[in-house]
Design a protein around this ligand. Structure first.
Ligand code: PRP
Ligand code: MN
Ligand code: MG
Length: 181
């Protein structure tokens, strides 16, 4: 285990099962609809690659990058579009893939953006949900796992761009935040 991790909240096996369950459920509901599956960079990439391999349907994929955390643990409240999708969403059935929903600001911004562009439907699948963190009223349609009100890293999620490649989701040791070793 990575030496900066205090505890593992969800293991590789927990996450694998969650991806299978969610993938099969979503695939059923999107069969014949050829969804546009949009990964929200960068956090969602690890989850998205596992999830879509559990969805045996026709789909398009694309990516969008927005940022509000600037590497730290607190949302700045100001969501910025960093990289747009390449696909025209008019009339499409969009499924956003997120690693985590915390304040909900990122998701709210994304839903509004694609609604304005004329998407036919917009749904959201997130691996993790932190309901206690919510500051704006937004919900995911498919939720894998719940997390307590703690800052989590791994499986795509970062602290100052680090730890995204960990195969599990965990909590950092306090010394990592205080920069002492
Ligand atoms: C994180 C996370 C979600 C968002 C959730 O992304 O991946 O996209 O914040 O937080 P919210 O509900 O409070 O808006 P971040 O902006 O850190 O970018 P990253 O995915 O590149 O790490
Ligand atoms: Mn993100
Ligand atoms: Mg981040």
């Amino acid at each position: 285990m990575n030496n900066d991790i205090e505890k593992v909240l969800y293991s590789k096996e927990d996450i694998k099962k969650t991806c299978q369950k969610l993938g099969q459920k979503i695939a059923k509901q999107y069969a014949g609809k050829k969804p546009l599956v949009i990964g929200v960079l960068k956090g969602a990439i690890v989850f998205m690659t596992d999830l879509i391999r559990n969805m045996d349907i026709y789909m398009d994929i694309d990516f969008i990058d927005v940022s509000s955390y600037g590497g730290g643990t607190k949302s700045s409240g100001n969501v910025k579009l960093v990289k747009d999708i390449d696909t025209d969403v008019k009339g499409r059935n969009v499924l956003f893939i997120e690693d985590i929903i915390d304040t909900g600001r990122t998701l709210k911004y994304l839903k509004n953006l694609l609604m304005d562009r004329g998407a036919n439907s917009i749904h959201v699948c997130t691996l993790m949900d932190k309901p206690e963190g919510r500051l704006v009223d937004v919900k995911a349609d498919y939720v894998g796992l719940k997390v307590p009100n703690e800052f989590v890293v791994g499986y795509g999620m970062d602290y100052k761009e680090e730890y995204r490649n960990l195969p599990y989701v965990g909590v950092l040791k306090p010394r990592v935040y205080s920069n002492l070793n």
